[in-house]
Write a protein that binds this ligand. Structure first.
Ligand code: HEC
Ligand code: HEC
Ligand code: HEC
Length: 127
């Protein structure tokens, strides 16, 4: 795989400065800034999420800086309302490329909180 990528990079000038992690076209739905610098997020987002999960579970610490729900609130697709399910959706776009599989969404919601709340409001109907 590494050999194949190296060959591809050598063959394609546009690929040469793509960076360490192969990044497909990434859509950021919400403006503003990420919780850390982009370079940091690209490299370390899995550590933030895992550490927080461990802290939350074992020690009851509830920092919200690296909350998974907040990642999803900002990064869910406007079209599909989700971060996974399609290779155009944020988390999956990269992971499909890097062959990463997550079990997170068996338990965690893939949808923004606001959308869930809006869904409830719609379900209740307008007065
Ligand atoms: C078996 C079910 C399950 C799976 C699988 C799972 N989690 Fe969780 N996770 C939980 C529960 C339960 C909590 C605690 C509930 C809370 O704090 O709201 C939690 C809390 C968290 C938190 C802290 C609360 C928040 O919303 O930020 C993060 C971050 C997190 N999980 C990330 C992950 C990631 C990343 C994965 C995949 C690598 C994952 N979880 C897989 C059940 C799961
Ligand atoms: C307040 C909205 C917001 C939150 C919350 C947020 N992000 Fe971001 N994220 C962004 C924006 C906007 C960018 C684009 C870069 C920038 O200017 O900060 C970005 C960039 C990224 C990137 C780099 C994408 C690339 O181009 O390579 C990754 C990875 C990422 N975020 C993951 C996460 C994860 C994981 C979480 C939760 C721990 C999270 N983000 C929380 C808004 C957010
Ligand atoms: C810029 C590309 C990119 C984006 C966007 C991205 N990831 Fe990742 N993610 C990766 C790569 C690459 C790995 C594997 C890193 C490794 O193996 O060391 C990874 C690994 C992970 C892992 C650890 C998996 C494991 O089993 O060890 C978690 C958890 C994770 N990402 C969560 C997320 C979530 C949640 C989002 C969306 C909010 C997201 N990622 C968006 C590139 C990305």
């Amino acid at each position: 795989m590494i050999v194949a990528l190296t060959v591809a990079a050598a063959a394609t000038a546009a690929y040469a400065d793509a960076g360490r992690v192969p990044t497909p076209k990434i859509v950021i739905e919400k403006g503003g800034k990420c919780v850390e610098d982009v370079a940091v997020m690209r490299r370390n987002h899995m550590e933030f999420l895992k550490h927080q999960r461990d802290d939350t579970m074992r020690r009851g610490i509830r920092s919200t800086k690296h909350s998974l729900q907040q990642c999803i609130d900002c990064h869910a697709s406007r079209k599909t309302g989700s971060v996974v399910g399609s290779n155009e959706n944020f988390c999956q776009s990269c992971h499909a490329y890097a062959a990463v599989k997550l079990d997170c969404f068996e338990c965690h919601s893939t949808k923004p909180k606001a959308a869930a709340a809006a869904g409830t409001a719609v379900a209740k109907g307008n007065p």
